[in-house]
Write a protein that binds this ligand. Sequence first.
Ligand code: FE2
Length: 290
Amino acid sequence: MANVVTSSDDYQFWRDEKLANVQTDIENCLIEVKKPTQLSKAEKNKIAHLCRVNNFALFSTPAQQDYESSIVSFNQQFGLKAFDQHLYVKGQGLAHITQSDQQDQAEFIPYTDRAIGWHTDGYYNAPEDRIRAFSLFCVNPAQQGGENQWIDPQMAYLLLREENPDITTALTHAQAMSIPAHKVDGQIRRKTSIGSIFFMDEMTSQLYMRYTQRKKNIDFYDSDEIKQAVEILDQFLASNTPYHFTHTMTANQGLLCNNVLHKRSTFVDQQDTPRLMLRGRYFNRVQSEL
Ligand SMILES: [Fe+2]
């Protein structure tokens, strides 16, 4: 199996393929679908192709009667079925990302109007619960703000490695980033998570990224190389390359992706229709062969 992290031949082959196929124009990444519950072959192929070369596709649908089941059915057509049993996931596996007035839920930033820094989803999960794909669908946009930014983490790796391979070597250290256990009243809700920031995911033989930009409750391995590499990574994310995408989803638009690095800006809700996003998280990648 190819290993782009450890073999320089594999890396070079992978890099050339990646650069030859990558899309930088967001217009080319947005696919209009007529019926999300029953995609045409052409729609499906376009979306699968984008997810293969760019690790994401944007899509738009007509208004739906039942958004939840339409999106579940859309995702299933890309082989996305095994969903993460996240704390606030509802019946069919989608979380409703909206401002919550429930005390316990409002402790988590996604359920507030606050900004969220760069991260991949489930960065704190155990390896057996690794999130390889997620979908985010906009039912109601905010009145103002709620912009998303994202970048394919494989492109981030490629660009950093081209800049200086020492950076990516440091970020592949087996203990580069640790997240302490989450305890509530002395009981462990989630175990300590220790691992690399970039690594080869054994199940898919794909380069994977596990990262959060927040620094509170995150420990980076105590070495100058790793601390510097994390700083360079953060500077890179804050910069603007042709591979950084910025978009505020309008109603009936969605993002389907292989867990790209993403962030969200702060927002202001419309009074009667608060911003509502439906999010699905999956253990497998978007199926590329259909
Ligand atoms: Fe996220």
